[in-house]
Design a protein around this ligand. Structure first.
Ligand code: FAD
Ligand code: UDP
Length: 366
């Protein structure tokens, strides 16, 4: 077999690359995927009750990058969903992230936005250099908020407390002095109207894209003559773990279909301090589907299972840079995506990086 371009992984990164190569360079491209489906961790499917399930956890697309939004909009219409999350604290459901509504609900107050700003600034601890994720919260909202909302959720999610995690992790969650309770405030937000899998099918709707499922690329790569490899799997696996195993946090999803129309008030509820799961997603609330049953997923973080989250801790990041240094020296292999770049990327950044890699490198080596 002979292909000029091979892509490893049929997740968003791999599919965007395959689409660009097929449509822009008019070249055939082989995608090798070890799972039995496309979409990577964005994959969704309809369960027996007809409810669209995000197999690898709830995925809400949100971005300020118009380029990423415009690109995906060529392949899907959108359900203009805006995400809202509640957090279960001491028997009450409190809006998350931290806003005026959170403070008023939590402490049973009726403060204005300005008063909440003063309140939080009073609670905040003065930290001269923000070194980790604990510092992020303590410096913005103080110890009580930290302990109630972040400390135990983070321990469940990452198996370490926030003081051992890079500041970028909890910086994902804002503190706002207003009543905007949306989880994200990006300009463009939504969920593909007919699902992520359908959107992914549309992305590679070109006979020049060939896919091999259920195949680990290492089993066949030496049998396929090729010039360029685009690799989206775990970077340590590519190098046979020569600098040691990188850590990836995984999640076990416990699905349950219930004979009731609605299970909870909003699509996602976080449980920082109760139970072993971190959050519960009720899928139909993401899609707006009308059915008389409902399916929920409880998320149990674990070290076993598929690699989902690169762990933003200094030791692993240093280890990753050893791999990156080597990766940068290989001229005909390109590393892209959440696993190959070992970065806690959302979908939009993965799309953007793949588009940029195509423009700046792949197109030029043509
Ligand atoms: P992946 O989706 O991991 O794809 C990599 C592919 O490569 C996989 O299909 C894998 O099977 C394949 N592969 C790996 N090794 C090999 C091999 N040796 N041979 C062949 N194939 C191989 N982002 C958002 O923007 N919004 C969200 O709400 C959101 N929620 C998330 C919730 C969870 C629980 C998780 C885990 C992630 C979430 N994300 C979210 C992030 C999003 O999933 C990723 O940014 C995106 O899917 C990464 O795409 P990718 O192609 O880089 O990687
Ligand atoms: N987090 C937390 N409590 C929450 C929500 C988030 O402590 O109720 C922290 C936790 O460390 C989590 C990180 O903030 O891993 C990022 O949260 P996000 O919701 O972005 O996580 P994801 O959807 O990527 O799993």
């Amino acid at each position: 077999m002979k292909f000029k371009y091979i892509v490893v992984g049929a997740g968003i990164a791999g599919l965007v690359m395959a689409e660009r190569i097929a449509n822009e360079l008019k070249s055939d491209v082989l995608v090798i995927e070890k799972r039995k489906h496309i979409g990577g961790n964005c994959y969704d499917y309809y369960d027996e009750s007809g409810i669209l399930i995000h197999k690898y956890g709830p995925h809400i697309f949100h971005t300020n990058y118009k380029k990423a939004w415009d690109y995906l909009s060529k392949f899907t219409e959108w359900n203009y969903y805006q995400h809202r999350v509640l957090t279960y604290i001491d028997g009450n459901y409190i809006p998350m992230p931290i806003t005026t509504e959170t403070i008023n609900n939590l402490y049973n107050l009726n403060l204005s936005n300005n008063e909440v700003e003063d309140f939080l600034k009073e609670q905040a601890i003065n930290i001269s250099e923000i070194k980790n994720s604990e510092d992020v919260v303590l410096s913005k909202a103080g110890r009580d908020i930290y302990e109630k909302f972040f400390e135990n959720y983070t321990k469940k999610q990452w198996d370490v407390y926030p003081n051992e995690l890079d500041k970028s992790v909890i910086s994902r969650i804002p503190v706002r002095y207003n009543k905007d309770t949306r989880y994200f405030t990006d300009r463009y937000q939504g969920i593909p109207k007919y699902g992520y899998t359908k959107m992914c099918e549309n992305i590679i709707d070109n006979p020049k894209v060939h896919i091999l499922f259920n195949t680990d690329y290492k089993d066949i790569i030496n049998d396929i003559e090729h010039e360029y490899l685009i690799y989206t799997g775990p970077v340590d696996y590519y190098f046979d773990y020569k600098h040691g195993n990188l850590m990836y946090r995984s999640v076990k999803f416990e699905l349950e279909t219930l004979d009731i129309e609605s299970y909870q008030e909003t699509s996602v509820i976080n449980y920082p301090n109760d139970y072993d799961f971190t959050r519960v997603t009720e899928y139909k609330k993401l899609t707006g589907q009308k059915t008389n049953k409902t399916t929920i997923a409880r998320e149990y973080p674990t070290w076993d299972g598929e690699p989902y989250y690169p762990v933003p801790q200094n030791d692993y990041l240093e280890q990753y840079y050893k791999y990156k240094k080597e990766a940068d020296l290989i001229k005909n292999v390109f590393f892209i995506g959440r696993l190959a770049e070992y970065q806690y990327y959302n979908i939009d950044k993965v799309v953007l990086n793949a588009m940029d890699l195509f423009e700046n490198k792949i197109r030029r080596v043509k």
